[in-house]
Design a protein around this ligand. Sequence first.
Ligand SMILES: [Zn+2]
Length: 183
Amino acid sequence: MEIQLTFEPRLHLFVGPAQRTAEASVRCDGVSTLGHVVESLGVPLTEVGALDTAYENPDVGDAALAARSAAEERIMLSRDRGLLHRRELFAGAYIYSHRPAEQLDEVLIRFAPPLAPWTRCTACNGELREVSKENVSERLPTGTQRTYKSFAECTECGHAYWRGAHAGHLDEIVQHALEQVRR
Ligand SMILES: [Zn+2]
């Protein structure tokens, strides 16, 4: 199969002249991860910070999702076959499992994305920054201030985060995810 890739100008020193155009056609086997395809063209994976995640919450509809995939060159992950057939998509991947834990494994194994745990807001995908307890105290439920020491807030929506009673379970999920992409 052939896919279209656009490399940022700062990456042009890594790729051949044919890949420096706005939409370079690249042959791939349809099995390799996007990361591997990019790497095979000469770009070190350490330089590929732009293979980033985005999601819409609440749902904005198929047309808007597909348009965003095209405009921002993002891979659409979905169980909706109708959505994946939309011609304007940049790229799409069908998610086979119904179960969230298995869905995560599918994506990790297929795309092996660079992982940065604990850096994004689960409500809006904004970046998190560490803050002192005093900075978020008004946004915390009663009792949280006494019990916990480590806090962060979303730089986009202001949602406050702290390491609570569920942190151990989340640590397990993150640890499992890191092992999946290292395989
Ligand atoms: Zn947020």
